[in-house]
Design a binder for this molecule. Structure first.
Ligand SMILES: Cc1ncc(COP(=O)(O)O)c(C=O)c1O
Length: 387
């Protein structure tokens, strides 16, 4: 059976070889610990589960939802943005719910890109920033993120031709996979870039609620002028342990949201209204839960960074996200080091090259396994790779 040309444009799946080796290890009876996937291990806060149970018992939530979302959810987003980020949003025109940031980021490509157009995407970065434009029949142009620049893209280095063709520019801070927080001045430069080149700036705010050492992550929309040129995708997945709930929103520029909404109303029928009400509850009352989860990740981050230092990995502890991004020791590339770690310790870490060419030379550890398992993984790394 032949797949569409569109699907053929996607790059090969880079985890395939690693997954084959993991399966072989498991088949050989090894107790493999996966620090590969960023899916929070802790349960969704009970306030959300209880709000869902109440809302689901109301038949008024059982019919097709509206793709514009219930007023309660839009108003909850508006109040949250005001109190958390100091950003004013119009609940009627500047907020549209999304079925997760992934859906939203992917569909933005369909809504804004034609053949010949370009999306500027962080490299390394969340794979949908590069796969989405390809499926939309357009192109993704990588913007290298390197440690020397604090993992900020060098907007001045984008070629005249790419600036001309660019319609979208993706940013994401705190950043997956590097764990970097937004470097000073980057959001301001992005606003200027969007204005000058008529490019929609898309800030993926999937990790703003997971931060450490007292750092508080800003919204891109708090930057003067941001709403004229940009949107922000805010996901409840990571900050509130809600990956399975598929809850996010796109907020900001009303015209951009209208295009997204027009596309989306041809694709899906929105978010179950009981889930919308549960999401509204966590936006109103979830700050404490998010802080508690950040404290857990901070503790795990320290455990991992200490162990990595002991086995000779040069590491700067991240101030946010659920990941540690570390350089592979000399003599290895990303893939060979991840294979060595699996071979020697039965621990799975992700090769940086899976997130783009500039991820080569790094590996990513996810902090989303229970403390005892993480402690065991760390102990194995120490004893099998140390010294
Ligand atoms: C940067 C980034 N954006 C978006 C997502 C997907 O989030 P959601 O669960 O809201 O679709 C992820 C998930 O790993 C991510 O790392």
């Amino acid at each position: 059976m032949k797949a569409s040309k569109r699907l053929d444009r996607l790059p090969p799946y880079l985890f395939a070889e690693l997954e084959r080796k993991i399966a072989a290890k498991k088949a050989a009876g090894v107790d493999v610990i996966s620090l590969g996937i960023g899916d929070p291990d802790m349960p969704t806060p009970s306030l959300v589960v209880e709000a869902l149970a109440r809302a689901a018992a109301d038949p008024g939530t059982h019919q097709y939802p509206s793709n514009r979302g219930r007023a309660e959810l839009r108003e909850a987003f508006a109040s949250f943005y005001d109190s958390r980020f100091g950003v004013e949003l119009d609940a009627e025109t500047e907020i549209v719910p999304a079925l997760g940031a992934k859906e939203c980021v992917f569909n933005l490509n369909l809504a804004f890109l034609d053949s010949g157009d370009v999306a500027l995407a962080a490299d390394p970065g969340y794979p949908v920033y590069t796969g989405g434009p390809l499926i939309a029949g357009a192109e993704a142009v990588p913007m290298p993120l390197v440690p020397e620049r604090g993992f900020a893209p060098e907007l001045e280095a984008i070629s005249a031709e790419d600036r001309e063709r660019a319609r979208l520019l993706y940013l994401n801070y705190p950043n997956n996979p590097t764990g970097a927080v937004v470097p000073d001045g980057l959001f301001e430069q992005a606003v200027e870039f969007g204005r000058t080149h008529d490019v929609l700036i898309v800030h993926d705010a999937s990790y703003t609620e997971t931060t450490f050492d007292g750092y508080v992550a800003p919204s891109f929309l708090a930057t003067p002028g941001a709403k004229e040129v940009g949107v922000e995708v805010f996901s409840l997945s990571k900050g509130y342990n809600m990956t399975g709930w598929r809850t996010a929103a796109i907020v900001g520029n009303a015209q951009a949201l209208d295009h997204y909404w027009r596309l989306k109303s041809n694709i899906d029928s929105g978010m179950f209204e009981a889930v919308q009400l549960a999401a509204a509850a966590v936006l109103a009352d979830g700050a404490e839960a998010a802080r508690e989860m950040s404290a857990v990740y901070q503790r795990r981050r320290d455990m991992v960074c200490d162990a990595l230092r002991e086995i000779g990995v040069d590491i700067s502890p991240p101030k946010g996200t659920i990941y540690v991004w570390a350089p592979v020791p000399d003599g290895h590339d990303s893939a060979s080091y991840c294979e060595l770690v699996l071979e020697e310790s039965g621990v799975v870490v992700s090769p940086g090259s899976a997130y783009g060419p500039n991820g080569e030379g790094f590996f990513r550890i996810s902090l989303t396994v229970a403390d005892e398992r993480l402690a065991e993984a760390v102990e194995r790394l120490r004893s099998s790779l140390g010294g």
